[in-house]
Design a binder for this molecule. Sequence first.
Ligand code: PEP
Ligand code: MG
Length: 830
Amino acid sequence: MVGLVIVSHSATLAAGVAELARGMGGEVPIELAGGIDAPEPALGTDAVRVTEAIERADRGDGVLVLMDLGSAVLSAEMALDLLPEESRSRVLLCEAPLAEGAVAAAVTAKLGASLEDVAAEARGALQAKVAHLGSDAVAPSAPAPGTGGATVTLSVRNPLGLHARPAARFVQTAGGFDADVSVTNVTTGRGPASGRSLNALATLGVRQGHEVLVAAHGSQAAEALAALAALAERDFDEQEPVAATPVPVAPPRSDEGSLTGLPGAPGTALGAARHLRSAAPEIPTEPASDPEAEWEALARAIEQVRAETLATRDSVAARAGEYSAAIFDAHLLFLEDEALLEPARRAVFDERQNAAQAWQAATEAVADDYRRLDDEYLRARAEDLTGLARQVVARLVGGQSAPAVAEPGVVIAPDLTPADTAALDRDLVRGIATAYGSATSHSAILARSLGIPAVVGVGEELLEVPEGTPLVLDGDAGAVYVDPAEELVRSYERRREQAEAAARQALASARLPARTRDGRPIEVVANVGSPADVDTAVANGAEGVGLLRTEFLFLDRNSLPSEEEQFAAYGDMAERLQGRPLILRTLDVGADKPLPYLTQRPEANPFLGVRGIRLGLERPELLETQLRAALRVACEHPLKVMFPMVATLAEYLEAVAVLARAREQVEQAGQTAGEVEVGIMVEIPSAALAAEAFSPEVDFFSIGTNDLTQYTLAAERGNERVAGLADALHPSVLRLVQAVGEAAHRHGKWLGVCGELASDPSAVPVLVGLGVTELSVNPPAVPAIKEAVRQVDYGAAAALADEALRLTSAEDVRALLAPKVAPIVEHAAP
Ligand code: PEP
Ligand code: MG
C-alpha cells in the first residue's frame, strides 16, 4: 500500500491533516514531519525528520509526500537527497494542496492504487472546491493593471530602507502563505522581484521613503498581502533604532576616543583594524561526473552551514538579544534562496559544474548585484554573502573554514570560536577585539594562552570601525582607542616596553620552583590546548600540564580523531614535556564548545544539558577510544586522567568503569596500559558540596572556576552582560573551594585550580590560603604566578582566606586582596 507523509511547518497542522486523512484512509500508513526541534512554537521544517517519516511510511509500494509551503518543499527535496538511491525512486513529492490532497490520497491509497494514481487523485482534489465556490471568491481586491492577482502599495519608513533585517522579515512573512509574491519599487521603477527571495528583494534598492507595489497570486494571496501590510505598519519589526547614516560610518569615538569592553587577555597592542573574514578556499575545476552526487553534496554542505549559523544565531540571541541575532535570519534565508539555488542547480545538471564551482558562481553573481547597488549598506551585504558562500565551499572541499586576516593588525570580530582563535596567524595578529564575549569565554582563554592581548564584549559599534583604522588596544583596562592621538600612542609604546622588561625579569626566575615565603611548595603548571602551548609552558617554567584541553584535537575538522591519531597527539605533547607530568582532561564538548560533526539534539539550555562527562557516558565509545589512547601514552610518560563536568559520584564511578574497560581493551589488543591517577574537575556546585563523598574515590581534585562560577551564580560565562556577576572571587565560590580543600585534606588528596582564577596573581594568596597546592595557569602567566606565590606567607594567607569567606561580595574580596599583593609583572611573551 502507498504510504503518505505530511510535511508541515506546524506539528499541530500536520497532526490535524493526518487525523482528517486517517478518517477516510483507515490503515493507510500516514507519517508526519511537522515542526522542528526547538522551543515552542517550533515552526519550521526539518529535512532529517522528513527522511525519517518517509522511511517509516515506505512499505515498498511507494510514498507520496505532501507539503505545506516555502521551506517545506526545500526540506522535502533535501530529504530525497538524503535517502538511499533504492528507496528514493519510490518517493514522489506532490504539489497537491495539503489538506484536500491528503484526504484524496488516503482514500485512493486505501484502495490499493499505484503511486501515480494516488498522486493524480491528490492533484485533482481542489476541483470540488473550485467548482463550488467559483474563482471570484479568491480575489480580495481588484488586480492592478498588468500584474494580475491582488496588490497593495506599502511605504517604507525604515531609516536604512529594506536592508537585511526588515527584508528578512518580509521574506519570512511572504513565505508563510500559499501565494506567489512579487515586489516592484514604484519610486525607482525597479522590479518586479520575487518576494520570497532575500537577494531578489535587495536588488530593488528600497530606501527610506520609497513606495513598493506588492502583488500576490494564489489561494492565500489576500492573507499574504494583509500580513505584509501589517508588517509594513510595524516598520518591518525593526524596533531598535538604526543609525540613519549608512556604513561605513566615521569611527565611533567617545570623548577620549575609546570604546569600552572587558579585559580579555593582558597586554597592549597597536595596529590597524583588521576585520576577520573567511579565507577563500580553493575551488576544484574538474567537471561533475555524477551531477546527482554533486547536488547531494551541496545540499549536505548547505545543511551543515545552516546548522552552524543557527547555533551562532541562538548564542548571539542569548547574549545580545533577538534584535542583534536577527541578522543571522538573513543569512539563513540566503542559504535557502532560490535566487542562489536555482542557478547552482542549473550549473550542476545542465553545465556539469562541480558543486563548489556551481555554488561559488551562483553566489558571486548575486554578490556582484549587491556591489552594483547605490545603497552603501546593501553593498556591504555582498561581504556577508561571500563569507557564507565560502563556508559552504569550505565544507565541500574540506580543509580549514576558519576565517583569517591577510595583513598585520588588531583583529576585529563579532566573537571568535575557539577554533577561529586557534587558527589565527600569530605573526599577523597583534591584538583581538570582539563585540561579544566575556573574560571566561573560550576565545578569551585562548587569547591569553597564546599571549595575544584582547578586549572582549565591546559592543556592536566595534564592528563599524572601518578596515585599516589605527587602533590602540588595552587588554588590561578593556579599552580600544580608535584613531588615537599621537601622544596616546607614544604613552602606550612606553608602557609596552616597560611590560616587556618586567616580563623578561620574571622569566629569569621562572625556572626555579615556587615556594611560599615560609617554604610551602606550590606546583605551578599550565593549561594547554595545543602542542605550541606546551612549548610556551615549558619555556616559561611550567612544572607540567595541569589541564590538557583535549578538545583541540576534535575541533575544526569533519570527523572524530581515531585512537591512533589521539595516541600520537598526546604522546607528542608528553614528549615535549620531557618527563614533566601531564593531566589529560577527557573530551569536554557540548554547550559553548559544540562539535559540528557530533549531532546533538538541540537543547533549550545547552549549558545544563549533555556536555562534558555526560556526553562521554552517553557515547561511551568516544570516551573508551580516548582513554585507550591515554593509557597507552601513560606507559611511557607520567600521565593522569581527569573527568570534566562531574555532577554526581555515580557519574564518576561510571567513568572509572569506562576507564577499566578501556584498559582491558588495550591489554586484549596486546598493548601495554600504564598506571594513571584519576581525578575530577570540580565545576558544578553539587560536586564541591559532595567533596567528602568523592574524596575516598579520587586521587585529586582540580577546580574549574570558570564553570563553577557560572553555575554558582547562574551567570553564563560567555555573556558580557553578566560578566560583572560571574566573578570567581565571589565568597560563595570561595566557600565551595574551601569545602573541597577541607575534604581533600582530610583524605590526604591534593587540590588544584585550573580555572582562569589561578592565572590572576591577586587571587594567589586566597587560593593558597584555602589549601590549594597546584595552580594550573595560562602558559604565558607562569612566571608572574610563580612570583606571586613567592610573596605569599601561608599563615597570613590562611587568615586572609578566612576574612574573604566572611565577606559578602566579589568587590569586597577584590578590595581585600588588592593592597596585600605588590604589583605583579605582566605575563611573559610566549
Ligand atoms: C573551567 O571550567 O574552569 C575549566 C578550566 O574548564 P573549561 O574552561 O575548559 O570549561
Ligand atoms: Mg569547564
